[in-house]
Design a binder for this molecule. Sequence first.
Ligand SMILES: [Zn+2]
Length: 105
Amino acid sequence: MAVRHGIPGRIPAEEVDALNENPPAWLAQSRANRTGKKAVWVQLTCDICGFSEAVRPKKWWPTFTYLSCEHHASDELPDPQPGLARTEIDGIGSRFIGIVDDAAS
Ligand SMILES: [Zn+2]
């Protein structure tokens, strides 16, 4: 296990402390598995019609400003705030589009 993740068998105590304080994703995950804790689920709810679905969040998901079912028109959602750029990410859950309004870069 440790070897597979590239951590030598013996590591100085301060490095162990650092790992405990700020565990990398794989370590947090393996600890969650060990304690039998269920993977985190999130409730996705369409901001237009209220359709709701519980899904396991994907690691790459940003924070969505709005969620919309795929079949809604984009003008059914409020326009982004002035100065924000809108990005639409489809393939969220089984039928959602994630909308992210972010400061234009
Ligand atoms: Zn909807």
